[in-house]
Design a protein around this ligand. Structure first.
Ligand code: SF4
Length: 480
């Protein structure tokens, strides 16, 4: 296990471009920039005016979509793409997105980031009505609903489908004549709009726009559906309006620090989290060390606010792939050092403060603290730049069930003794909101989706309310 194996996992990143001669090459580059949002599989579907071309592979974008041969197969001036980390549906080829269907009015390819909280219930109903599913991905539910819609226009059929689902989504879809982008009514998952030359781009984060040299126009608004065609861009708001609640974890961990989310620099917000943490939970140490890479901006903020030296006390090897054979326990233990090694001269004999962005199971924190002590650190303290994670996510993020979340089952003292640090503390929920530029969390109408810390789920969890976890699994198996 590597240090970043004990993190919440983003489900996916999406990208779409319409009206550009290099559509598939731009999509491949955009997916490269979004690789942090999913490393299990990648896919691109392009359209050349007559035919769709689809390539979907398990593995990293660079493993498959860097060659000229591959890009030349994906002909056309419009394309959609997807990087995947599975939270619903197993990691098999048939679940790799974009999914494609031949509908009565033409082809339809869809790439989806998020999770539907009533997908299993809808899926069981559709199967009862005769639908045959090809994947276990809940994105296919959207395709089936769309195929059954009586509306004449494809956009209205998509809206019809989206009105039946609950949960979180930022999706891009490609039809014979249009690129469509849609964001869930609360804006839980992100989606942004950009432009390169005359071509429009839709993608999960602004870092993908920067990578392809596109300019950022604006975010797709919560509950907005944008439709891009040769006639230009139109927008509609087909859902009842509600106060936006974007996922706060985009700022803590998911988004790349060079992205702008909700008008805020993710990097600056992360530094603010570190400085709020230093105000709330000071500790007398010789050196502030980030757990790389996600703890780095917060550690810079903490060190600056507390006027303590910031040092890279853990060095990350960026050239280690994700999979590595794990033949024995001894080799497994060495793997941690393969990717992260302690920079001994900066920690030996020192009082070290480790800063990480979050703790999920706590298993890697145990390892880092031990590595620090083995390297000769005199004291090892730990501060976490977000509140304790006490509730699982049902909106497209892979969280272990509640019993495996360290903070859901243990007190602060118990957690500290589990990870073996001299002291442990977390940023408070109001401290997190202050880092976001708010005075505090509004308890009546919270400004963000933050339920992994609060248990305040902003939508109905239909599948959870209706079926036990075992029943959910068996329904999925029965209908797969
Ligand atoms: S539980 Fe909520 S706040 Fe946490 S990652 Fe999921 S959507 Fe975001």
């Amino acid at each position: 296990m590597f240090l970043d194996d004990d993190k919440l996992r983003e489900e996916c990143g999406v990208f779409g471009v319409f009206g550009h001669g290099d559509a598939s090459a731009l999509t491949a580059l955009g997916l490269h920039a979004l690789q942090h949002r999913g490393q299990e599989a990648a896919g691109i579907v392009s359209f050349d005016g007559e035919h769709y071309h689809s390539e979907r592979r398990l593995g990293l974008v660079g493993d498959h979509f860097s060659s000229e041969k591959m890009i030349n197969k994906l002909i056309g001036t419009s394309a959609v793409g997807h990087v995947r980390y599975s939270t619903s549906g197993a990691t098999v080829n048939r679940n790799i997105q974009p999914l494609f269907a031949d509908l009565s009015g033409g082809g339809f390819a869809v790439a989806h980031n998020g999770n539907l909280t009533n997908a299993i219930t809808l899926r069981a109903e559709l199967v009862d009505g005769g639908a045959i599913f090809q994947s276990t991905s809940d994105t296919e539910v959207i395709l089936h609903l769309l195929a059954r819609s009586p509306m004449p226009r494809v956009v209205d059929r998509l809206v019809d489908a989206l009105k039946q689902i609950h949960g979180a989504y930022g999706l891009v879809a490609l039809t014979n004549k249009k690129l469509i982008g849609a964001r869930d009514p609360l804006g839980i998952r992100p989606l942004v709009l950009g432009q390169i030359g005359k071509a429009y781009v839709l993608c999960s984060e602004t870092c993908a726009l920067d990578t392809i040299g596109a300019s950022f126009i604006r975010e797709v608004e919560p509950g907005e559906v944008v439709v891009i065609s040769q006639e230009g861009l139109t927008s509609m708001k087909p859902f009842p309006p509600m106060p936006a609640r974007p996922c706060i974890f985009e700022f803590i961990y998911f988004a790349r620090p060079d992205s702008i989310v909700g008008g805020k620099s993710v990097y600056e917000v992360r530094k603010n989290m570190g400085s709020e943490l230093a105000k709330e939970s000071p500790v007398d140490v010789d050196v502030v060390v980030p757990v790389p890479d996600s703890g780095t901006p917060a550690a810079i903020g903490y060190a600056s606010q507390s006027d303590r030296p910031f040092e890279l006390g853990i060095i990350r090897n960026h050239y280690v792939g994700r999979s590595f054979i794990e033949p024995t326990q001894k080799i497994r233990e060495l793997q941690v050092k393969l990717k992260h090694n302690i920079n001994q001269p900066v920690v030996k004999g020192k009082r070290v403060l480790l800063i990480d962005d979050s703790i999920v199971r706590g298993t890697t924190s145990v390892k880092i603290v031990k590595m620090m002590r083995d390297a000769g650190a005199r004291e090892v303290h730990m501060r976490i730049a977000s509140p304790p994670i006490t509730h699982p996510c049902y909106y497209g993020i892979d969280t272990p069930d509640r019993s495996k979340l360290l903070a859901a089952t243990q007190s602060l003292e118990e957690m500290n003794s589990f990870i073996g640090a001299d002291s442990l503390d977390f940023l408070s929920i109001d401290g997190l909101y202050r880092a976001m530029g708010e005075k505090s969390r509004n308890p009546i109408l919270p400004q963000y989706t933050d339920h992994c810390f609060t248990g305040d789920y902003p939508t109905r969890l239909v599948d959870q309310e209706t079926h036990t976890p075992q029943r959910q699994l068996s329904l999925l198996a029965e209908t797969a």
